[in-house]
Design a binder for this molecule. Sequence first.
Ligand code: NAD
Length: 360
Amino acid sequence: MSAAEQNVLILPGDGIGPEIIEQAERVLRTVADKEQLNLNLDHALVGGAAIDATGGPLPAETLAKAKAADAVLLGAVGGPKWDGLEMARRPEKGLLGLRSELGLFGNLRPAILYPQLASASTLKPEVVAGLDLLIVRELTGGIYFGEPRGEHINANGEREGFNTYRYAESEIRRIGRVAFEAAQKRNKRLCSVDKANVLEVTVLWRNIMNDLAKEYPDVELSHLYVDNAAMQLVRAPKQFDVMVTGNMFGDILSDCAAMLTGSIGMLPSASLNENGQGMYEPIHGSAPDIAGTGKANPLATILSVAMMLRYSLDAATAAQRIEDAVSRVLDQGLRTADIASQGETAVSTQAMGDAVVAAL
Ligand code: NAD
């Protein structure tokens, strides 16, 4: 019996977006063929490309298709051509609109450093070679969205800015579940990051994580204060498997973890909602400085395809095949310009895509 058809919406976007998506789509089609996955791939416009064609960054047709899809694969949006537009009409609004319309509250950001690329990090190779950690960040709540917020004149007559850090129990539980389930798919260790020595909201966070742990007896839960977590990330990052934290701490720690690897062109990401529906994209932007030159590294997008297969399409074997293929291609010495060391010859976006397809 063949599996039910799953719908994937592909949004190439702007700049290097279409170039890296082209390679990622070839990889997806190849692995779907080999693993006999029943996928229906569709395409739509978002960001600057959508502005040019329709006047807005998130056309109704794109949003409807995204809502109906099991997963969305996105390249990147934005570029100097649209920088002069007012905030509400800029390409980035297309992305934010998708995140909020799809309710994507769970952001998964792996930081993986393939041993072959250890010299790309600013840290010593022995500290980072083989690093493989996953940061799970709450994306739609916390201090970035808490009310009340704003600026007023306080009782002393001076200007005062304020924000509110709040999390409801349900918000903590659902991101906690995403993290525990991700840990179950990996090495079964979860570190929850908070500031429970100072912030009541994160005392609640810690208590709920402890509560949830009873439902996941196969996962070992630990806790760190965020300041210590930041230190540990640069001191001994390989101690971590999965980390879970709120929106603001996650924003900062995930960028820090990404930079441990030294190669922005290698890192994928996923944003999930309560139904397991997700949007998958490289962490980098549209790189207008190299768009059209064939220099873009497609591996972050190709690895986003692997995440999509694992987290939304229930195809872990296919995901692993892609990750193994990427590792083999690096073993063979292929490097795009962003990950080539001095003296190494860089290959093009297309050649890197060809090599991954061949390795599959
Ligand atoms: P960027 O990530 O696009 O580029 C930063 C640097 O990294 C550039 O030098 C670029 O050439 C390089 N780089 C990025 N991806 C690469 C890849 N795959 N291979 C090789 N090199 C790569 O960030 P930026 O320059 O700050 O932003 C450019 C545009 O992208 C802006 O319009 C910004 O708003 C947008 N942006 C979009 C997203 C997104 O779509 N999710 C994220 C960040 C920035």
